[in-house]
Design a protein around this ligand. Structure first.
Ligand SMILES: O=C(O)CCC(=O)C(=O)O
Ligand SMILES: [Fe+2]
Length: 237
């Protein structure tokens, strides 16, 4: 059993409130240590076979850096453990209970499931918003906070793709920082939360995550521009 659905009404209320307030909620306890260990083993092997190095700046998010190794969706989709978990109706109903609305699989394959490894000094997933509203992130391996790799975010913000002006959001609200140790799982409202992973400060550290993207009804209604994910796989700058 990869996870437990023990969301009684009181807990559902608490998780939903937390999600609405912070645009982020921790769901680590719903997933077994066994599934986290298996996912980490699978990804560790896949990074060796299919990992692709990214090192560029993303124009659409004010030229923030992407320094990381990724596994593309098409490889992750070949792993039954990962796709079964992504599509498990018990998982989507847990997410629906937390966010208070229907949750749909991400309709854009390259963005649906992505794995990211930060492993060199200075590696970072720079400031950005995601295209779809929800990201369930499994932090399968994380260094100690003093080695970097912590999550930072500014919720209740939005992405003006023509003029992202990220700094202006820092002047409106504080940056919140979160430390998620190995084995953490969190859900974020990633479309309205400016977020980044702080640069790794040490060469011999590793941070490995698996990101499941899900969509809301509103996401499906609007035409989506996929430039950041497209740029991730085909960087120009
Ligand atoms: O690594 C994380 O915790 C966040 C990942 C992320 O923002 C993304 O994959 O879009
Ligand atoms: Fe993101």
């Amino acid at each position: 059993m990869p996870f437990t659905i023990t969301l009684n009404l009181e807990k559902q209320h608490q998780k939903r409130q937390e999600f609405f307030t912070h645009s982020l909620v921790e769901l680590s306890d719903f997933f077994s240590n066994e599934i986290k260990k298996e996912l980490l083993n699978d990804l560790t092997k896949m990074f060796l076979l299919n990992g692709v190095r990214r090192d560029f700046t993303m124009q659409a998010t004010d030229c923030t850096p992407r320094r990381m190794t990724n596994i593309e969706s098409r490889f992750l989709h070949q792993n039954k453990r990962i796709t079964n978990l992504y599509n498990d109706t018990r998982l989507t109903s847990l997410l629906c209970d937390v966010v208070g609305e229907k949750v749909y699989p991400c309709p854009y394959e390259p963005e649906k499931i992505v794995a990211t490894k930060l492993h060199k000094e200075g590696d970072t997933h720079g400031w950005h918003w995601d295209d779809y509203s929800l990201a369930l992130v499994f932090v399968l391996k994380a260094p100690i906070p003093s080695a970097g790799g912590i999550l930072q975010c500014v919720p209740h913000t939005n992405w003006n793709r023509k003029s992202p002006d990220i700094i202006s959001w820092f002047l409106i609200d504080n940056i919140r920082s979160y430390y998620f140790p190995s084995g953490s799982v969190y859900l974020m409202q990633t479309k309205t939360t400016l977020h980044r992973v702080y640069p790794l400060l040490q060469e011999d550290e590793e941070r490995i995550i698996l990101n499941f993207a899900y969509a809301t009804k509103l996401d499906l209604r609007n035409k989506m521009n996929h430039e950041t994910v497209d740029a991730l796989w085909n960087p120009e700058s």
